[in-house]
Design a protein around this ligand. Structure first.
Ligand code: NAD
Ligand code: MG
Length: 398
């Protein structure tokens, strides 16, 4: 029986890895919808080769080119945020949510409303609207399967276990590009330096977020929301080899670790075939050759984003949306050369302080409208905080 699948963010790193798996067994899948951004050439190629029913670009201005590229194929085309939501409503048995950033939330929610299985790579959805996402899944009998490697690892370590026996969850962090840099050099880190990851091959934004550990911060919050465990039960440890993805500690002292190569096709494939395990084209580890696995505590001087994640988990409510919105805007500012690498955390902290002082983040009802509003407002405050710092970036090394 063929399975109907849709892939949101098909042209990105997770999307391409998902397609790599699906394309190995084309007769098993019927591709309903694929989405991408400005790279419509690649989106059109994917839609043709997988014979998708629909290809959607997130950006209206890219539609004429997408249409031209797919003319005569019978593949439908559409553009814009509303079209993404409509595409997510098209019946499918399995939907990959791999858009980067807040933009992944509305199509993710729409997918859950059709009661499907949502493979969730877009961690921003859980950070901004965890309770809304989980409640929507419950209400519609939908299932969310984690695709972030750490969360897939925890999910796998929990198979057959009782949550009441879980003492703690330990998320590992590679430490990213700057884990061994002298602290005093961090303010001068360039975009190119921040965009290279020692172990994983990922999209540019998440790679920079790995260097700043904003990615790990999002993942701590994601752990809290997905597994519904208390913030004090969630730990983070730096593990430069990136071979243990996460560990679950139980009340009898046992630690179950998930070990595997740094290849996202494992977590994607696990979500694709769940509840079965099927053979996947990932490398098999030779432990004797690896010889050592190392760990160190995360330093919040180097990675202040980790401390901010704790604040967000304590406030909860709409704090995740504020954190993510400010983080996305601060990242835009760093990519555009408006602020230094080390300014990003300060910008996010300023926004959290401002919005907390105004009240309304705690105990707020998490509706899509409320989350959208906080996302917008936090970006505006972040832009102001960036402006305030811009003067100090005059001599920035690019
Ligand atoms: P990427 O930048 O490689 O790809 C992002 C995709 O989203 C592309 O298809 C792009 O066209 C699309 N997109 C960009 N802006 C958009 C917008 N405004 N509206 C709609 N679509 C838009 O990103 P990625 O590395 O594949 O990451 C995707 C998601 O998966 C992120 O949430 C990331 O945190 C998460 N994730 C990625 C990895 C990884 O290994 N890459 C690992 C774990 C989690
Ligand atoms: Mg991860």
């Amino acid at each position: 029986m063929t399975r109907r699948v849709s892939i949101f963010g098909a042209t990105g790193s997770i999307g391409e890895n998902t397609i790599d798996l699906i394309a190995r067994d084309p007769s098993a899948y019927e591709v309903v919808a694929l989405s991408g951004g400005r790279n419509v050439k690649r989106l059109a190629e994917q839609a043709r080769s997988l014979n998708a029913s629909l290809a959607v670009t997130a950006f209206e201005e890219a539609l004429p080119e997408l249409r031209a590229l797919l003319s005569g194929t019978g593949i439908e085309t559409a553009a814009g945020p509303e079209a993404l939501v409509d595409a997510a409503r098209r019946p499918a048995d399995w939907i990959m949510s791999a858009i980067v950033g807040f933009a992944g939330l509305p199509p993710g929610l729409a997918a859950l409303e059709q009661g499907t299985t949502l493979a969730l790579a877009n961690k921003e959805s859980l950070v901004c609207a965890g309770p809304l996402l989980m409640a929507t899944a419950r209400r519609h009998g939908a299932r969310i399967l984690p695709v972030d490697s750490e969360h897939s690892a925890v999910f796998q370590a929990l198979v057959g276990e009782e949550m009441s026996a879980v003492e703690r969850v330990i998320i590992t962090a590679s430490g990213g590009a700057f884990r061994d840099w002298p602290l005093e050099n961090l303010p001068d880190a360039t975009l190119a330096e921040a965009s290279s990851h020692p172990n994983w091959d990922m999209g540019q934004r998440i790679t920079i977020d790995s260097a700043s550990m904003f990615n790990k911060s999002l993942e701590l919050i994601e752990t809290r929301e997905f597994f519904d465990i208390a913030p004090e039960q969630i730990e983070c440890v730096v593990h430069p080899e990136s071979l243990i993805h996460a560990l679950v500690g139980f009340n009898d002292g046992a630690l179950m670790a998930h070990v595997g190569p740094p290849d996202m096709r494992h977590a994607i494939g696990y979500a694709l075939h769940w509840p079965e395990r099927r053979e996947l084209p990932v490398a098999r580890l030779d432990l004797a050759q690896i010889a050592t696995l190392t760990f160190r505590p995360p330093c919040t001087k180097r990675w202040p984003a980790l401390a901010l994640a704790r604040t967000v988990m304590d406030i909860r409510g709409l704090a995740g949306a504020a954190f993510n919105g400010a983080k996305e805007r601060a990242l835009d500012g760093f990519i555009a050369g408006q602020i230094r690498f080390t300014d990003m955390a300060g910008v996010v902290e300023d926004v959290l302080d401002t919005l907390s002082a105004k009240g309304g983040l705690e105990n707020a009802a998490i509706t899509l409208d409320a989350v959208r509003e906080v996302d917008q407002v936090s970006r505006i405050y972040a832009a102001e905080a960036i402006e305030a710092r811009a003067a100090s970036t005059a001599g920035l090394r690019r």
